[in-house]
Design a protein around this ligand. Structure first.
Ligand code: ME8
Length: 517
């Protein structure tokens, strides 16, 4: 390994989640995708900074806390601890966890507010508007749904009138529109781009960025009866942990962010509002905002009020984190909505994990143990069949890199499983147990067993962003000398890295079959 090589920085974020309720599997979906991308980038040699966190302010939190006789911070502390526990159980590899209630974040929000106000782009006025408290969003009459309710959650909106600060979004509308139009990679998938372009073209009003009707938030600098509007507060979280105020070198390294991964309903905030804020600050816009689809239950978005939430913690207890991660990453095409279904999850675990992957490892290690005392002997070029398996392994690793770089995560998972299928078929085609009975076929047998172990080594690297625990367990069972943490994607693009006379371990079950009652 070349330690002196400077790694390319890569900054990826998830949204920061509202501690208004327990997280459901839909939230876990967003974080799992981001984690798979972050792990892939580390594997590919990037210097990754992966951020997630919690969005703790606002009237709704204050009201909920009061209804439970708690202070807002007592209330959010408890819930945020449950988020952190969930991310740990799900093996989320975030480098920082930002809480908007932290002093380091307050300082950033106030500094940004001050800078934009000082240049005249935040001004004081009177606000009368329609506010959706659950969504923390203001809406115009035109945007309401057919019942005069919030167009996102369809709950009633409140008419609010108060002295307030306004951010001159209208001043930046044309520039943001131009940015979206000129930079196709800025907003993906394409369908969301068109939505945002149409949205801006309808005209952008100045945005109300302060409230006086509650106090659970970041106080407006020098005018403390106002608190900063939650979205203005929340969006700036992306700048806080990478040194915006306190570490210029770190900030230069990681900003602009490479990817803000967000759900489709908050793309508007991340492209238009965030774009305007950054332009007002004279800071570059993020390189990419990707709006993923929703995990739905029979076509409906999961939400507490609809009573159709699936608790990810219970699923992890029942099926393991890796099984859940696999299902989420494989079953849903990133830009589209996808269905969560327990039967489909169990089918995937039994077919793909217990059967295809689990059996491949088990059969391979079993045969190496039984026929060669666990030792891999020298391999030769071998037959056409051997050569084609080796070529397919290397092609799979290369195509996998391309798909992952392109955010085609589900396709990348399917590609690895195609190779797993190919390797299982190779066992059926080469019949190692027959070769073992024939003294003249010793070399042919060594070749087959070596190729199987090598294929599994490569598979374990390729699945490591999706299923880190399973990847490590395969690595351990193969008894690979190189520390798991040091493995790079390059190691998967070379066939033949396992050393001659290397001794593999004994097979242990990766995934038990789930009995369906
Ligand atoms: O929006 N399927 O927080 P949030 C997929 N605090 N993704 C889902 C989902 C589902 N069923 N349900 C929720 C917020 N999500 C703000 C973000 S960022 C500066 C502030 C996703 O907790 C949703 O799309 O309501 C969003 O990206 C994320 O969970 C957080 O939602």
């Amino acid at each position: 390994m070349n330690d002196t090589k400077i790694k390319t920085p890569y900054y990826i974020t998830t949204p920061i989640y509202y501690p208004s309720a327990k997280l459901h599997i839909g939230h876990a979906y967003c974080t799992t995708i981001a984690d798979a991308v972050a792990r892939f980038k580390r594997l590919a040699g990037y210097d990754v900074f992966f951020l997630t966190g919690s969005d703790e302010h606002g009237q709704k939190i204050q009201r909920t806390a009061e209804s439970q006789n708690l202070t807002p911070i007592e209330y959010v502390d408890k819930i945020v601890a449950s988020f952190q526990e969930l991310w740990k159980r799900l093996e989320i590899s975030n480098d920082d966890f930002i809480r908007t209630s932290e002093p380091r974040h307050h300082a950033v929000v106030q500094e940004i507010f001050r800078r934009i106000r000082d240049k005249g782009d935040i001004y004081k006025g009177e606000y009368t508007g329609l506010y959706c408290t659950p969504c923390e969003s203001y809406w115009t009459e035109l945007q309401l749904d057919e019942n005069g309710c919030c167009p996102d959650c369809h709950r009633p909106v409140e008419k609010v009138s108060e002295e307030a600060y306004f951010f001159k979004m209208s001043k930046y509308a044309d520039a943001v529109l131009k940015h979206i139009e000129d930079n196709p990679e800025f907003l993906e998938p394409k369908s969301r781009r068109n939505e945002m372009i149409n949205f801006i073209k309808q005209g952008l009003e100045d945005l109300c960025v302060s409230r006086t009707s509650f106090n659970w938030g970041v106080p407006v600098p020098d005018d403390e009866k106002h608190v900063v509007y939650v979205w203005f507060d929340a969006l700036t979280n992306y700048l806080t942990p990478i040194g915006f105020l306190d570490d210029a070198e770190k900030f230069k390294k990681f900003w602009p962010a490479d990817l803000h991964l967000v759900g489709k309903e908050i793309v508007r905030f991340h492209t238009i509002i965030w774009g305007c804020i950054l332009m007002a600050l004279g800071i570059e816009l993020p390189k990419k905002v990707y709006g993923h689809g929703w995990l739905v239950i029979e076509g409906d978005k999961m939400s507490k009020s609809k009573g159709n939430v699936v608790d990810p913690m219970l699923l992890i207890d029942e099926f393991s984190a890796d099984a859940i991660r696999y299902f989420l990453l494989r079953e849903i095409n990133l830009g589209q909505d996808g269905n969560f279904n327990r039967d489909a999850l169990i089918t995937r675990i039994n077919a793909d994990l217990a059967n295809d992957l689990g059996n491949l490892l088990h059969r391979t290690l079993n045969m190496i143990g039984k026929f060669q005392g666990g030792i891999l002997f020298a391999a030769t070029d071998g037959t056409e069949l051997d050569k084609s398996l080796k070529a397919e392994a290397v092609e799979t690793a290369k195509e996998y890199r391309r798909l992952m770089e392109n955010m085609q995560i589900s396709d990348a998972v399917k590609l690895v499983w195609k190779f797993i299928g190919r390797t299982n078929k190779y066992i059926d085609e080469t019949l190692p147990w027959k070769l073992a009975k024939d003294e003249t076929q010793k070399q042919a047998l060594s070749n087959v067993l070596y190729n199987l172990a090598e294929s599994l080594r490569i598979i374990s690297i390729l699945i490591s962003p999706f299923m880190p625990t399973t990847a490590r367990r395969i690595h351990e069972q193969l008894k690979i000398n190189q520390p798991f943490e040091e493995i790079q994607l390059d190691d998967a693009e070379i066939f033949g890295k396992l050393e001659i006379n290397h001794k593999v371990g004994k097979p242990e079950q990766l995934f038990p079959r789930i009995e369906v009652k």
